[in-house]
Design a protein around this ligand. Structure first.
Ligand code: F6R
Length: 608
């Protein structure tokens, strides 16, 4: 959601900025822009639409020179997507340009005050007020000016600033939005995320909330909110740029679906030692699980869906009550949570605003917090009491696939560890589950072999208006993810229902040809689900069954069977979700959708 890039060095800035912006496309955006300092001041080129449009516009306008510049991809919050609302925004005298990610909550008050002082707004954005405030507060020292300015801001932001008066210097700061500084040789960068800098450098500094940095070609200086210098650790990216590129696939989504065996293996195998889980990196001790009263899982979207599976599995293995809540609801619910509770937050990006706020709420109430996170050093990773990284690698497609699978794997490990510690699993049972988890990557590979069948099914069904997913227990939790995937990628209306709940109302929507996908992977619940399936089939539904059972398509039950490998029913979501991810992919493809960047969506949702 919005992307920031800045460059200062000895090369022309614009090609580096554009390359960086392309790498941030996955975050979702509706307009883009760049600014550089030229001998006669700051020049900005920006436009609504894709980065390619921006690239073309820069060419048409004769290029944009300069070795210091900032760039931005905007995802509209205040003001419609348009050329004028695109970033960068310039101060009244044109000497300062700003790009911003986040929301300035008090921007209307600031705007009115600035207008009373004679400043004229050109856009409807909250960001523009920051550029005018910087001009108004300018003391001649960039860092001091920025520190004074952010004191007037309420809300969340990552800001990168260019000044014509200091043509070889970038300033930046952040609060509740990610920002890193890429550290190079004779050149430095600012960015929202690592893919934007990795072509230039693998060394980076993570800026913390309220810190301000002055970045020149040869130096990075970081200051705290009081203006005192801060020593920052330089970190090194441990993956290659090819991991963030398509590698021969048509879309990042299909590449990432195919990468799932590796994502699960990398997440699990370092954490199983002598056949049992070892979660030292997450500081999860037996004592902690002993004393546990409740577990609260909080997350958004697919991460929450992983949490719904986690709830089922942890309750089964560890016999401790688990709730799984939508983070945006949890944070405002005054949740009942205390010192004896564990709060597990799940997030691919580690930057989701609602998830972070929910975690802070749990912390404030004394609960211990653990973050299951994919992005190293992200806000959730740094703020939680401990972190269990999913090692899925960079996920670029907006719709998550491999991170979801890695999240499931991490939750299984927690469930086994908790079960062992609480004495609700014997060592033998725990070893058996660990063995099954270690076998999952190969079984996911097998599940991926349904790809041609799924492509065929999508060719048959991509014109349907509405799709229902049904299942029970873990299957029900997995259908919720299957349904979300289909909605976001193919724009087909879909709903996930507990199979037994259908008859309490929703079955009235089933008519001739309605597509119902039924998941049935738990032998104990299989017969029950089957009767629900028969009831929709009898009303004319077309039915696809996703199951590990040995069944054939049968006119009374289903039109197609998608067979997935067998594992313990507690772990089955890891396998049944795979053909459903493929289904969403191909449904979207047949419908001509923008697979990696679905409309209205952003990869990292850093606003409420
Ligand atoms: C759906 C999807 C979203 C995210 C949600 C949370 O495919 O990706 O629903 O799961 O926005 O994002 P993270 O995991 O970054 O907190």
């Amino acid at each position: 959601m919005c992307g920031i890039v800045g460059y200062v060095g000895r090369e022309e800035a614009v090609p580096v900025l554009l390359q960086g912006l392309y790498k941030l496309e996955y975050r979702g955006y509706d307009s883009a822009g760049v600014a550089t300092v030229q001998p006669d001041g700051i020049r900005i080129i920006k436009t609504k639409g894709r980065i390619k449009n921006l690239d073309d516009k820069i060419q048409q306008e004769g290029g944009l020179q300069g070795t210091c510049g900032i760039g931005h991809t905007r995802w509209a919050t205040h003001g419609a997507p348009s050329d004028v609302n695109a970033h960068p925004h310039q101060s009244q005298n044109g000497r300062i340009a700003v790009v911003h990610n986040g929301i300035i909550e008090n921007f209307l008050d600031l705007r009115h005050a600035l207008e009373a002082d004679g400043y004229q707004m050109r856009s409807q954005t909250d960001t523009e007020v920051v550029s005018h405030l910087l001009e108004k507060n300018d003391t001649g020292d960039g860092v001091q000016t920025l520190l004074a300015t952010v004191k007037q801001l309420r809300g969340s932001y990552a800001l990168a600033i260019l000044s014509a008066d200091r043509p070889q210097e970038l300033l930046c700061t952040r609060r509740d939005n990610p920002l890193i500084i890429g550290v190079g040789q004779g050149e430095n960068m600012i960015a929202s995320d690592i893919p934007a800098i990795i072509a230039k450098t693998k060394q980076y500094i993570v800026l913390d909330d309220n810190e301000v940095a002055r970045v020149t070609a040869d130096e990075v200086q970081v200051f705290d909110a009081q203006g005192q210098p801060v020593q920052k650790e330089i970190q090194t990216v441990n993956w290659d740029i090819s991991s963030a590129e398509k590698g021969g696939y048509d879309h990042f989504m299909i590449k990432e679906i195919m990468e799932q065996p590796k994502a699960v293996r990398d997440t699990v195998s370092p954490r199983i030692e002598n056949g049992l889980p070892r979660l030292d990196d997450a500081q999860l001790t037996d004592e902690m699980f002993h004393e546990l009263r409740n577990i609260h899982i909080v997350a958004c979207g697919s991460a929450l869906h992983a949490g719904l599976v986690g709830r089922e599995v942890i309750e089964r293995f560890a016999r401790v009550p688990v709730s799984a809540s939508v983070a945006s609801e949890f944070r405002y619910r005054n949740p009942i949570i205390g010192k004896e509770d564990l709060c597990i937050v799940i997030s691919q990006s580690g930057e989701t605003a609602d998830t972070l706020a929910a975690m802070r709420e749990a912390k404030k109430k004394g609960a211990r917090t653990i973050a299951i996170v994919n992005v190293v050093s992200s806000s959730a990773a740094r703020e939680a009491d401990s972190v269990l990284y999913t090692w899925a690698g960079p996920e670029i497609a907006v719709a998550t696939t491999k991170a979801y699978s890695a999240q499931l794997a991490a939750l299984y490990l927690i469930a086994i560890k908790a079960g062992l510690a609480r004495g609700t699993l014997t060592e033998e049972q725990a070893r058996n589950y660990c063995q099954q988890i270690l076998a999952l990557p190969d079984q996911i590979t097998e599940a991926l072999r349904t790809r041609p069948q799924i492509e065929h099914l999508a060719s048959l069904y991509h014109n349907r208006q509405s799709v229902f997913f049904i299942g029970r227990g873990v299957d029900y939790a997995a259908t919720q993810e299957a349904s979300l995937k289909l909605k976001e990628i193919s724009y087909i209306h879909s709903e996930a229902y507990a199979a037994g709940e259908l008859k309490h109302g929703t079955i009235s929507l089933i008519e001739e040809g309605t597509l119902v996908v039924a998941m049935a992977n738990d032998p104990d619940l299989y017969e029950k689900t089957l009767s629900n399936v028969k009831s929709v089939k009898a009303r004319g539904a077309s039915v696809i069954m996703v199951t590990d059972q040995d069944v054939e398509a049968d006119p009374e039950i289903c039109d197609f069977v998608v067979k997935v490998p067998t594992c313990d029913p507690a772990l089955s979501a890891s396998l049944s979700i795979v053909p459903m991810q493929l289904f969403s992919y191909y449904m979207g493809l047949f419908r001509g959708c923008d697979i990696d960047k679905p409309r209205n969506l952003a990869k990292s949702v850093t606003v409420e």
